[in-house]
Each structure stands twice: as structure tokens, then as C-alpha cells.
Write a protein that binds this ligand. Sequence first.
Ligand SMILES: Nc1nc2c(ncn2[C@@H]2O[C@H](COP(=O)(O)OP(=O)(O)OP(=O)(O)O)[C@@H](O)[C@H]2O)c(=O)[nH]1
Length: 561
Amino acid sequence: MSKFPVDRIRNFCIIAHIDHGKSTLADRLLEMTGAIAKTEKNKQVLDKLQVERERGITVKAQTASLFYNHEGQRYLLNLIDTPGHVDFSYEVSRSISACQGVLLIVDANQGIQAQTVANFYLAFEAQLTIIPVINKIDLKNADPERVESQIEKVFDIPREECIRISAKLGTNVDKVLQAVVNRIPPPIASTEDPFKALVFDSNFDHYRGVVANIAVFGGRVKKGDKIVSAHLGKAYEVNELGLLRPDEHPTQKLFAGQVGYIIAGMKDVKEAQIGDTLYLHEQPVEALPGFKPAKAMVFAGMYPMDQSEYTGLRSAIERLTLNDSSVAVQRDSSLALGAGWRLGFLGLLHMEVFNQRLEQEYNASVIVTAPTVPYKAVLSSAKLIKNRRAVQKNMVYIDDQRVMMKYLFPLNEIVVDFYDLLKSLSSGYASFDYENAGYQAADLIKMDILLNGRPVEELTTVVHRERAYSTGKAMCERLKDSIPRQMFEIAIQAAIGSKVIARETIKAYRKNVLAKCYGGDITRKMKLLKKQAEGKKKMRRIGNVEVPKDAFISVLKRKEK
Ligand SMILES: Nc1nc2c(ncn2[C@@H]2O[C@H](COP(=O)(O)OP(=O)(O)OP(=O)(O)O)[C@@H](O)[C@H]2O)c(=O)[nH]1
């Protein structure tokens, strides 16, 4: 594309609570600026992934460059649609770094919700211009007056700044475009400076290698230029670049202030890390600050179904984590499941989506162990004995029907099923968001599970002292259901140190198998023993006890039973 005056460029993202209508508004903006045709089929066009279409939620931020004519001038608007769910907030914070303003969408019926507040603060702290947009005014129960009061009270934004729209019907969407041009400042970037670009997203294409999404902070870059990635200091030749409209639209050059994509023969996923800076080989620049690494909240083991699939799975995980850099990856191995990884996610939904993307986009099937949360152990004999329940921090009335409450919770208590429980208790009205409040001392103990006296390493868990007995008992019962009877009696025990707190027994099997074969029936006897031997192939041996592989997973699943 030709050089575009920086003062006619606007970079903004759309942020909101889940389902408040970001993707629907993005569709309307794309239609009104002619980027996509207005058809029934063109719904949530920026939700490109199969997992997004199936679940109806955005999990990846997507970029689209739009051209908009306003008062006789042509403007270039770079829009980033972001996910609403808290588990994908890393996408929001990264998107914000490429923007000068945000559209903060609030549902006219639901009003301000937990992620509205969380996303507002991300934009506020980054000092972006915030345009409040009240969506779904076509709904029968819409109450824009009241939502405006909430916005005024909670965010201190004058109600006159709110724009009431229906993204579904297109009502007042033109006012949103005008506000983007009139209220959001252009980026501060000069085409005269040396080329400098931030890699704010990146994905791996099977044929072309790494495709990096960049925001150009200065200068210009063209096809054939030799560029360097600051992270590794390696040089590459630019093969292709262009705009995302929202599909790739190759151009000859990209200029300061623009957002687009670049392909430069990077074949390894480690070569275009998100947060990296690109510059021209002959004009080195100081690297941009990049992004703070995401802080994993939930950890789970991931293993190939069969060890022969290890290498394939490794490359699938590497490529997917290039596109989702908020996943923490560490190699791990387990006695029962072989070589694998310990992965860190921002939440359970994030973990499920990652797993689904591995299957859908990389055809990889995996075994995922039940999620756990991180603890910090203090090696000391004294530990505080204190009851670790939720502690209320503050409470604000948003209006006469809604209240915002802040609590301090142990992460372990909220990470698995708290959200579902909260939703069902409040008939779907309550919404929930969390941030890390750091480590706190708690009365936690290590609990071992023993099979015939031998500890099973992967079943060792950290539990609250008060929950030890009930958790240990449940785990023993579930193991009893999962382990088939064997030639000898098996004792399943939960123990704290040397003290056994729960026990189940699996009676010996042999006697029963062969008991039915009175004396002479040797063929029947052999058949039964053969059947037993076949079953053993899918087993892992712990001491002298054969344990089916899937027992390790089912026993850890707290909710199941
Ligand atoms: N009645 C009405 N429904 C709307 C409007 N805008 C969006 N919706 C509906 O609200 C639902 C959620 O809309 P989305 O655009 O997917 O919401 P989102 O904020 O992108 O959701 P996430 O990306 O998953 O956070 C869909 O069923 C839309 O059809 C509107 O103006 N009026």
C-alpha cells in the first residue's frame, strides 16, 4: 500500500465482558467500511478458529484494517477484536499495546459485569482513550439510562460520552466510526525514523513458516528488505507483507503507524516470539519493552496417547504455543504416562480450548491430567494454623440491583468448579473475574497414595489439612473402582507421612477366575488366564500391582464421582 498519513490512522480494539457483542459490532464495522459483504453468512467473521465457531466465543484477538471516508478524508482504521472471557485476557493486554483507544462495549440489559471492569482497567492503565458503547438497545429489557449511570459511577466517564447502539441491527454504528476518528488520537510514529515494529501476535503456517502480525512504530519496510529480530539477532529477507482486511492482503510496503503481517522465512517457532522487535539490518534500533509473561494459574500434565507420538505432539505444542504465548511449557515425565509436559494455563477454559485446538488444528490426541494450582512450599517446621476461607475485601453498589464484591480466595477453591456453582446459585446473573493476589500461608499437607505399601508418585497431592480425610477417602474409593482385581489382595491407602488416613481393599482375583473351572477344564482355564494377560498390556506396574493407565486420570478428577 502507498504511504498513508499517520494523522489519518486510528488503532483501536474492542473490549467487553463475554457476549456483550464485540464480534457482532466488528462485523458491522467491517460491512460498513466495505471490508466484507453484507450477507447472512458473514457472521462473526473475525472468529476464524473452529473452536471459536463451535463454542461461539472469541479466544484469539483478530486484526482487521478498514478504510473509512469521513468529511472528505480517507482514514485507515486498524481494529482488533479481543476475547471477553477472563482466561484470554492476555490477548486483550497484548492487543492494547498496539492501540491508542478502545471501544468498551456494555450490554444495555446486563450492564457492567466483572470483565467489563477488568478490561476497563487494562485500557485505563495503558492510558488509552476509552469510548463507552452501550449495545443491544433493541432488546425489550434494555435500560441504557441505567447503564449510563453505572458507567458514570464506576468508571467516572460522563454519560454524554456513551454511544447507544444495536450492533445486531446496525443502529448508530456510524456514530461509533465517527467517534473513533474524532476521539482517538493517531499513533505517534514517523516514517522518517528507522524501521521498528512490534510483533504482537504470530502463528505458524505449515507452508510459509511463521506469519507475524506487526504494529509498525517507525519507518517503513518493503519486500526484499533484510530485517533482524531483536530477540535472536538473526537476519531474514522479507518474502511477503501486507494488511489484514481481515484476510491477508499483500502490499509492497508497510509504513509507520500501520498494522499488518510479515513473512520472512522464519521456519522455527522460536524465531518470531510475540513481543519481539523487528528492525532493518543496516539500521539497528533499541528493542521495544515487549510483554510481561503471562502468569499461569492452572497446571496440568499433557502426555501422548502412545510414546511413539511424542515427537509429533512436541512440534504441535510448539506451534500452537507460538499462537498462544500465554501457555507455559515445561518438560515432564511420569512413571505411568511416560514422557510429556507440564503446561500452565490462565484458567480451565483456556486449558480446554488449548486441548481442543491441538486436536482440531494439529490432529493430536492427548491425555490431560486433572488441573492443579501452584503452591509455594516453605521448608520450616512452624506453619501457621489458620482457617483459609474467603475473606471479603470490599463491596460497591453499582446501582440498586447490582453489587460488586471483592474477596480473597485460595486459588484452589475457585479454579475448578466455583464459576459453575456461582452461575447456578445466582440463576446465571452473577459474573466473576479474578486476579492473582500472591501467595499466602495455608495449612497444607502432602498426601500420598500407596498401593500395597508403595507410594504412587503421580497421585501425591497437596491438600488442605481439613480436607485431607475426605479427599483421601474419595481418591481411594475411585482407585478401587478403576483397578481390576488381581492375583492377590491390594491395599489402597491414603497417608500423611506415616499415618494412614483412608483405606480400601481389592480382594484377590485368581481364586474367583478359576474357581468356576472345576478341576479338569484346562482349555477354559487357559482362556481365562489369556484374557487376563491381554488386559495387562494396557496396564502400568506399580510394585507388583497392575494399574490401568486411565486410572491415573479418573482418580484425580475431583468433580467426577
Ligand atoms: N439483540 C441483540 N443481540 C445482540 C446484539 N449484538 C450482539 N448480539 C448477540 O449477542 C450474542 C453475543 O454476541 P457476540 O458478538 O458473539 O459477543 P462477543 O462479545 O463477541 O462474545 P465473546 O467474544 O465470546 O466475548 C450473539 O448471540 C449476538 O447475536 C444487539 O445489538 N442486539
